[in-house]
Structure formats: C-alpha cells, structure tokens
Design a protein around this ligand. Structure first.
Ligand code: DQA
Length: 141
C-alpha cells in the first residue's frame, strides 16, 4: 500500500523544537526507520509550513494516488476550515496524528477543526503516533 505522511508547520523542527514536548529526534531519521519497518509499503512524505501547500498535497494524493494519508497538521489542526473542507472531499482515509497529547495541554489545543472529517485520531504517543496511524490504515485496507 502507498501511504502519504504530511507534516504541517514547525514539524521540520522536530529534534530542536521544545524537546520536552516533541522529543529529541528529527523526523527524517524516524522516517528511515519506518520505511525499514514497512519494506512492502511505500511511505511518501512531505512537510510544509504553508497551509496552501498542505491543501495541494492532500488534493494531489487524496483521490486514490495513495491508499491513505497520515496527517499531522500542527497548529493548522486548531484553525483550518480549509484543510477540514479538503479532507471532506477526499476519497481516501485520513488519520489525524499528534505527537503530544493535545488534550493534556492548553485549552486552545483541545479543539480540532479536522477530527470530525478524519477517519480517526491518534495523539500522545510521541513519534510512535505515526506508526500507530500506519497500522490503522493498513487494518482498514
Ligand atoms: C502537534 C500539536 C499541535 O497543537 C501543535 O501546534 C503542533 C504539533 C503535535 O504533534 O503534538 O505543532 O500537532
């Protein structure tokens, strides 16, 4: 199965950004490990700090180019009706992912614009949240 992982704003800073919350590991080395773990699947990856880029990638891949999408929309999770509308239009399942447990953090992070239009949500397991999302997509297939 082909799966697209999308990381939103500031997630290019993993390893450097607030390591007490997001950990000390950069995403690229974790992705390498994920690809080794799932040699029979193709893990596409993109990261963008720009909402429009994320919409473009969702539209490009979300009508069957991949079997599913793992999306960590970062702070756009809490603000973006445009990303929610886009996910609603797609034909492949999207799993919302967060590294941190957003519900254990500030109130502004408790609401997600996209949870209701995603297939499911995984939050709070560190980088392992991405692997759990992949497992969920593979189970659905
Ligand atoms: C995050 C949680 C968001 O609230 C935050 O804005 C992020 C990262 C997470 O992975 O825990 O950028 O999505």
């Amino acid at each position: 199965m082909d799966i697209l992982i999308i990381n939103g704003p500031n997630l290019n800073l993993l390893g450097v950004r607030e390591p007490g919350i997001y950990g000390k590991r950069d995403f690229e080395s974790y992705l390498e490990e994920l690809r080794k773990r799932y040699p029979e699947h193709v893990l596409h990856y993109c990261q963008s700090n720009h909402e429009g880029d994320i919409l473009d990638r969702l539209q490009e891949y979300g009508f069957g180019r991949v079997g599913g999408i793992v999306l960590n929309a970062g702070a756009f999770t809490h603000t973006s009706l445009a990303i929610a509308d886009c996910i609603s239009a797609l034909t492949v399942p999207v799993v919302e992912v967060h590294i941190s447990n957003v519900h254990a953090r500030e109130a502004v992070r408790h609401h997600s614009m996209i949870s209701g239009v995603c297939r499911g949500v995984i939050a709070g397991f560190g980088l392992d949240s991405y692997r759990l999302a992949i497992e969920a997509l593979l189970e659905l297939a």
